[in-house]
Write a protein of this length. Structure first.
Length: 573
């Protein structure tokens, strides 16, 4: 009950209309009702039931209240408001203060209230409007019903419908909250967050994005590289959902000013999946991205990554070299980590010691010593790399070469009998050379240590369940650089769309690659610090295939479509 209903109850008792026994009886009846039988507001149900037992009409009650408070009484059935008047107060404030603006004379504003004894609310409304409030009184249930009509469906009803529609499933979420510590109020939020993760896993999403916007709280999944919007939860659930997700990731709930990183462990049947959680403060709240790390992707064979047999042979030769540096290049999200982990998995044998230094450790691999970067305690890439070399490894993997110090230590390691794997952010494979030189590495050190660089992008693969033959037009053949006679020997395919691929025609992704192998001729050119254009041209003369050309091969083989390849690769110079 609010202050007004308590005031009325006391007045009924003073006037001998209602005894304490009757009031207690009505309260007990309200509490005993099934959830579906109530309005969701215990105060409303109590007052309606009490008035029925006292045989008092709501008009009698409101008139009594108006005379006691010296306020004008309003019959909500006769109220007609313009959009301009309604717009003086937004939905959230109307519901919170149980208030509806009726009109203004410029100096003050008339407002009908469901709880006219809430003086703090009246004062706050005055601050919101920027002018004094003239309170009016009406029956509270009528005010709330009018708010729902004027401002749309009650948010609580939206939340109820939304949360009741959530699915279950065989999914277990490990976190640091014991079941006995979960309140009844928290349970729907927990169910929602679990449902989001479950849906993402079922739809094979690689990322879950929770994005607070000005007027809505958006949920998106990245599926096969494309962001797809999901059903948005009610905006007012945003703080609870974000707090619950942060709690599961074991990061500070109190800290909302700086980015935070955490992890969530998810168990589906016997399968364990890690979610790497990143928070970022934005104007409208903390944006959270959960990156789904499926350990099963580590067991991918090289053909499953997208290598054709000729490129796979070169790749296997490079990763089995005894020393030198092998770099994988590409932008964030291009599959560099998966390729490197698959390479390490392929050469992870009992007679080899492998140590990695990563920020963060994405996948935990049995048989490999993995080191987490912790800059706050001095465990940087360079510091960890120095310490690793004293552990006598055969193979070293550095998550990313970010600065000159790390690059120099990695190069020195490669020159003293270690095989070093790492990543760089460059647009193509030959550009890895210029990137290292730009960092400050001497060209003669690059030429002596670099064994190969692999550039890659990811394209969506045609769904195997709904793919069918496809006849390309002349424009597409021209882009591919082939004639109709050559096209007759190709396997052009397209996906029609089916439930397995979400009617998209694509399911999963494959890599398109560019492998830049350093031989004696290329080594000499690097030593002489020639331009990147000369290096690229020489590599192509010696058989290096560009990512676009590798993509075209996959189009001709029916692995992907021309649109996908053109979207992620650049035109040849």
């Amino acid at each position: 009950m609010n202050a007004t209903e308590e005031f009325l109850t006391e007045a009924f008792k003073e006037q001998g209309l209602a005894s304490q026994e009757l009031i207690d009886q009505v309260l007990a009846e309200v509490k005993a009702q099934e959830p579906g039988e109530t309005s969701g507001d215990e105060g409303l149900d109590f007052m309606n039931l009490l008035l029925g037992k006292l045989e008092l009409s709501k008009e009698e009650v409101v008139n009594f209240l108006g005379s006691e408070l010296d306020m004008e009484v309003v019959d909500m059935a006769g109220v007609s408001l313009t959009p301009e008047i309604i717009g003086l107060l937004n939905s959230e404030h109307a519901r919170f203060y149980e208030a509806i603006p009726l009109g203004t004379d410029g100096a003050s504003i008339d407002v009908v209230l469901g709880n006219p004894l809430d003086q703090d609310g009246i004062d706050n409304l005055g601050h919101l409007f920027g002018k004094p409030v003239n309170p009016r009184v009406a029956y509270r249930a009528d005010v709330i019903e009018s708010i729902n009509q004027l401002y749309g469906l009650n948010e609580k009803e939206k939340e109820k419908d939304f949360l009741e529609g959530l699915g279950g499933g065989d999914i277990q979420i490990e976190d640091n909250v014991r079941p006995e510590d979960v309140s009844e109020e928290d349970a729907p939020i927990i169910k929602f967050v679990h449902s989001v993760i479950k849906d993402a896993l079922e739809k094979r999403a690689s990322d879950i994005h929770m994005e607070p916007l000005e007027k809505k709280f958006r949920i998106r999944f990245r599926i096969d590289g494309k962001l797809i919007e999901q059903q948005d939860p009610p905006k007012r659930l945003q703080p609870s959902i974000l707090s619950r997700t942060k709690l599961m990731a074991n990061v500070s709930l109190a800290e909302k000013r700086v980015p935070l990183d955490g992890r969530i462990n998810v168990k589906v049947g016997e399968k364990v999946i890690d979610l790497r959680v990143s928070t970022l403060p934005t104007v409208h709240g903390e944006s959270i991205v959960m990156r789904i790390l499926d350990k099963e992707s580590l067991s991918l064979g090289l053909p499953q990554l997208g290598f054709f047999s000729d490129d796979q042979t070169i790749f296997e030769q490079v990763i089995n070299l005894p020393d030198g540096i092998f770099l994988v290049t590409g932008p964030t999200g291009s599959g560099k980590s998966t390729t490197l982990y698959s390479a390490l998995n392929a050469i992870n044998k009992p007679d080899r010691k492998i140590i990695t230094v990563e920020d963060p450790v994405e996948y935990e691999v049995p048989g490999i010593n993995q080191v987490q970067v912790r800059a706050e305690v001095g465990m940087t890439f360079s510091a960890a790399l120095r310490a690793m070399l004293r552990q006598a490894p055969n193979i070293v993997m550095v998550g990313e070469i970010r600065d000159l110090e790390t690059a120099e230590i990695a190069i020195n390691a490669s020159l003293t009998g270690h095989m070093v794997f790492s990543t760089l952010h460059t647009n193509d494979a030959p550009s890895a050379v210029s990137r290292l030189v730009d960092m400050g590495v001497k060209p003669f050190l690059v030429s002596a240590s670099l064994r190969a660089a692999l550039a890659q992008r990811l394209v969506r693969a045609i769904c195997q369940n709904c793919k069918g033959p496809y006849e390309p037009n002349s424009a597409e053949l021209a882009v591919l650089g082939i004639n109709e006679e050559q096209a007759a020997g190709a396997t052009f395919m397209k996906g029609a769309g089916c439930p397995k691929c979400g009617e998209k025609g694509y399911r999963g992704r494959k890599g398109v690659f560019e492998i830049f192998v350093v031989n004696s001729e290329i080594e000499e050119m690097i030593y002489n610090n020639v331009s990147i254009v000369e290096l690229r041209n020489k590599a192509r003369e010696m058989g290096m295939r560009s990512m676009r050309n590798d993509g075209f091969r996959k189009v001709l083989a029916g692995v992907t479509t021309l649109d996908e390849v053109l979207m992620v690769t650049t035109e040849e110079e």
